[in-house]
Design a protein around this ligand. Sequence first.
Ligand SMILES: Nc1ncnc2c1ncn2[C@@H]1O[C@H](COP(=O)(O)OP(=O)(O)OP(=O)(O)O)[C@@H](O)[C@H]1O
Length: 901
Amino acid sequence: MLDHAPPASPPPGDARVTPMMAQYVEIKAANPDSLLFYRMGDFYELFFEDAEIASRTLGIVLTRRGKHQGQDIPMCGVPVERADDYLQRLIAAGHRVAVCEQTEDPAEAKKRGAKSVVRRDVVRLVTPGTITEEALLEPARANVLLALARRRLSDEAFCYGLAALDISTGRFLVSETDEAGLATEIARIEPREIILPDAVHEDPRLAALWRDARAAVTPVAREGLDPASAERRIRDYFGVATLDAFGSFGRAEVAAAGLALFYVERTQLGARPPLSPPARAGASAALAIDAATRANLELTRTLAGERAGSLLAAIDRTVTPAGGRLLAERLAGPLTDPGAIARRADAVALLVAEADLRDGLRRGLKSAPDLARALTRLALGRGGPRDLAAIRDGLFAAFEVGASLLLWGALPPELAGAAEALARLDRALPEALAGALADDLPLLKRDGGFVRAGYDPSLDELRTLQTDSRKVIAALQARYAAETGCRTLRIKHNHMLGYFVEVPQAAGEEFLRGPHKETFVHRQTMADAMRFSTVELGGLEARIASAAERALAIELAAFDELTARAIGASQGINAAADALAEIDIAAALAELAAEGGWSRPVVDASLAFRIEGGRHPVVEAALRRDGVAFIANDCDLSGEERKGGRIALITGPNMGGKSTYLRQNALIVVLAQMGSFVPARAAHIGAVDRLFSRVGAADDLARGRSTFMVEMVETAAILNQATARSLVILDEIGRGTATFDGLSIAWSAVEHLHGVNRCRALFATHFHELTRLAERLDRLANATLKVAEWNGEVVFLHEVVPGVADRSYGIQVARLAGLPPAVIERARTILSELERGDRERPAARIDDLPLFAAAPRPAPSPPAPKADPLREAVAALDPDEMTPREALDALYRLKAAAKGG
Ligand SMILES: Nc1ncnc2c1ncn2[C@@H]1O[C@H](COP(=O)(O)OP(=O)(O)OP(=O)(O)O)[C@@H](O)[C@H]1O
């Protein structure tokens, strides 16, 4: 990583290397892949290439400090107080940071000799997937570290284990997949950092996965990753004799979970975040949505990568950060088991029906801070008084929420389970916290003042002593002023002198000579003042300082004791945090359903797909802001087990609403299967196993793929993988190439979906020729979007009706978009010519028509050349497109024409 990296250790006896630099070089050599934050006083300093990277990334000044082996050492520094801010920016830019602290007092180092260097050690590695600080985390987004491991099944095949760990909350889920499903699983998990064995990282078949990951990818060497040590590591971490209590895991899952813990130990260096035991995410129970479909449907972020404008942003009514994170997780991984889906929907249904209960719960939840993240910071020794307060407030909110649920009585199982977890909480901890913590809390514990008056009598006594001492000092100042006759005498304090007496220069001269010489000992002469100390003042100072020191020690002890109690209760606290998040989601989805008039879908094991009055939640919200109503549309793709699902082939004008209609039906599936109500009057959905979409066109030039290539790769994935239980959304496939190639591909793709995949599908196209497929394919029906023409203007009605579009209205849309009138006029002329040509010679190739004949306006059109039917007929032929039989026929026709001419 370093071009001009310092050597691992300086050459022995090299006088040009200072002892400090030697220490730096040694620590840096042990952490070659991280930027080293090297603590020096109130700064973290960076040297060499680290300094250059940091100064570029952070926009801070690059300076030089001394020389190393005869060369200037580039350096830059960040103040410790603001380190979080800089860390955040470095992590966001994809760097890792090793934080190196002084591990002894400088005074200690001095004892070893004047030239000895203060001992320093890396106390922590900060990486994108292992951060815990509030300032570094997004509240409503999980921060997932994904560990991968694999196990060979045969010569060719591997099984992959995935462990998704959010250290900031302790959530720890494992799953297993084959190679084909790996990309889909990673897309579902959306990790910030991926760690994986070197061998997996270097596998050429997977190279694209790591190259395209939106996460930092960290390969680790093989040692310590064997299955036995992985299992031992998990058992040790959770203090259990066997993993059976946590469920049954595959060997690849165990290896992945072990690797995750290995990385936690490596980055946290001894500190142990309170993790939940690993649980199976059950990949087979999740609706599979590949990365392209996820991106196309803009589930958790838009194509531009923003949260705003995504489905998640449109449906998020949660009031707690943990609820927000769980909502994103559920949206990313909807279920397939109708029973599990119904259990979630039962909770939502109760809270839709009971508005008062819902409001009460949401009010209670709003005051609940982020319990899980506060607890983790405390456990890692990075917590402050406000984290203790978060535990206090979170637990009180938990009691309130739990009590209102329990009062309700008969609850659906999901809510009953959550209420029970809350009822099990011990009131003693939050009460102790409430008794101990003051109203206004400092950010850092070392600032003191966070323990409430009355909590500890000895602390109160010391505080009184401190306040009293100040009074005593004030009295002393008055007495000295009276005794010396110097009315401007002041007692002041600074770090150098401690408490001292300050008088104007002239009075000071008196003090040095006169009767006060005995009392006032000269310390300092300023420009216009003199400073003295006295024995009395020294005694007072010692008392005040020791009182402050002892008071802080008592406060820190109280902090440690309360923190230990919170950590001791971490299992219950984490369970409460999970319960609150579940209640938040149920209430939030109920709020959303009530607000938008959404209905509860029926999800079962059939192949039904019947949506009545469906809407697109994101487009609807956008239109509502402009005061425009969304037109609801039905969709029926229901099939039978024996035959498979139905296909709707949708033609319609540009801007008619085809894409919106396609996507809304896919989004309704996602919402229904995550346990939500749906934006429709009614919906009956046979649980979908995989959702595919190929919508819009996106270049992927970074991967060296053209628009058309991307389109074909995605279409191939669909045709190869969709099952009879899948839902497929295809929007305008084949438009990225020549018309006839595109039409033929679209045609055969529909036939394949109908005959082989037999899935439920929506297929939008501008190839009107495809509508004739309905005559041959029994489970395919045509639908179109209605338009009206009014005063020569096209009006989009956005209503889906059975039938076929008569035209695309592309030119009208082009005019609405503001194409110059001359271009529109010319396009109309060409269109009518083309349509005439099409009527007269339906087989003619569009490419061969005089589409692009130069027509500079307003120059008069040149006189039409004399028609030569034979030449035209030859021009209309395309040998590449003809079968031998067609070519022979054409030859005979030409011969006949020549004879006739
Ligand atoms: N059901 C609807 N009700 C009201 N407005 C709608 C509806 N559907 C679509 N629209 C509006 O029409 C616009 C165009 O819709 P959409 O992109 O779905 O059209 P399209 O037929 O796919 O167009 P193209 O063929 O040009 O891609 C949307 O941005 C929205 O404003």
